[in-house]
Design a protein around this ligand. Structure first.
Ligand SMILES: NC(=O)c1ccc[n+]([C@@H]2O[C@H](COP(=O)([O-])OP(=O)(O)OC[C@H]3O[C@@H](n4cnc5c(N)ncnc54)[C@H](OP(=O)(O)O)[C@@H]3O)[C@@H](O)[C@H]2O)c1
Length: 324
């Protein structure tokens, strides 16, 4: 068993941890890393809300968890991050139903898709991965402040190294669309969002971390070509190798033994570590990978001025100004 490294699993991280009394919401928990994150936290006693856009897939995910964890305290809620109306409706429902939230894991995402736009006209990757989560989190801050000490975990990626935010045209309205530049800027935005959230809420006991989960075979890769996969493998340079004979657990496809890929329980481990590790208590605003703080992101992703600038742009785009 490794406690911090590419082969660390969710069960390694949570061994001996009792999460009874903790309430967690995981976005995009209908499959892949989100489902495994929800399953692992629920299996250690947390109450987990699975937020996803496809009710049938959410129901199937709930069934999967209940089969493996019969006493799991899990429920589902509809959330389409590519629609600001859906984000607002979900947040309003949660604020009506809940008195507090201890952990928010902003996990949902799309990657390298052909050009498409959200219901509100934003480019799909920036709109889903960043803007939807930006609005959702902002609207849930009162619940998180009541839950403090609370944490927000934002799923980023080493893919942020592909691009800074396109400050003059983040939604690709005047420039040619490039799927990797778009994914890269959305994942840079996830880190910058963590930096600014930490600055605004850290003193109130709400701490934010960005996470690179590794490279894992999930439905996230539904748009990838063979060339895309080779490019991603060259970026990881051997990090997260699967050990011979290891198989994937949790929901989703196995790593398939491809160099550089993790299993799903290994991939979800850093999210779970970011959410629960005692050594991260009372601080945030950083980038985590392989259950450590060792990996350094590109400087543009941690730049405090850029983090404030992105916040202001995002408020304007979603039409909401936050008072905190
Ligand atoms: N897998 C990797 O190698 C890898 C590497 C680096 C970073 N990440 C990050 O890790 C996170 C999880 O990825 P994954 O690999 O688990 O991908 P996945 O298996 O495709 O799961 C993504 C989840 O997000 C949901 N989702 C997509 N669009 C949504 C929307 N508009 N509203 C609500 N939910 C939406 C999906 O729902 P549907 O099933 O309905 O589409 C699914 O539940 C992502 O943020 C990704 O960028 C993954």
């Amino acid at each position: 068993m490794a406690t911090s490294g590419p082969t660390t699993t969710t069960e390694d991280v949570l061994a001996g941890v009792d999460l009874a009394g903790k309430r967690v919401l995981v976005t995009g928990a209908s499959g892949g890393l989100g489902l495994e994150t929800a399953r692992a936290l629920a299996s250690h006693g947390a109450e987990v809300i699975l937020a996803a856009r496809d009710a049938a897939k959410t129901d199937a995910a709930l069934r999967t968890i209940r089969e493996q964890v019969p006493d799991a305290k899990v429920s589902g809620t509809d959330l389409d991050l590519a629609s600001l109306a859906s984000v607002r409706a979900c947040a309003a429902r949660l604020r009506q139903q809940l008195d507090r939230l201890d952990l928010l894991i902003n996990n949902a995402g799309v990657m390298a898709c052909p050009l498409a736009r959200t219901a509100d006209g934003f480019e799909l990757q920036f709109g889903t991965n960043h803007l939807g989560h930006f609005l959702f989190t902002g609207l849930l801050v009162p619940l998180l402040v009541t839950g403090a000490p609370a944490r927000v975990v934002n799923l980023s990626s080493d893919g942020h190294m592909l691009s800074d935010v396109h400050w003059d045209d983040p939604s690709f309205e005047r420039h040619d669309y490039e799927k990797w530049a778009s994914y890269g800027q959305s994942k840079t935005a996830n880190v910058l969002f963590s930096v600014e959230l930490e600055r605004r809420l850290g003193k109130k006991g709400v701490h934010a971390w960005a996470v690179h989960p590794g490279m894992i075979m999930t439905d996230l890769g539904r748009h990838l070509t063979a060339d895309d996969v080779a490019m991603l493998q060259s970026m990881t340079k051997g990090r997260g190798e699967k050990k011979d004979g290891e198989s994937s657990g949790g929901g989703g496809r196995a790593g398939g033994g491809m160099p550089g890929f993790k299993t799903i329980p290994q991939g979800a481990a850093t999210s779970v570590w970011a959410a629960t590790a005692p050594e991260l208590e009372g601080r945030g605003g950083g980038y985590l990978a392989d259950c450590t703080e060792a990996t350094k992101p590109k400087p543009w992703a941690l730049d405090a001025v850029s983090a404030g600038r992105l916040w202001a742009i995002s408020e304007k785009m979603v039409g909401e100004t936050f008072a905190f």
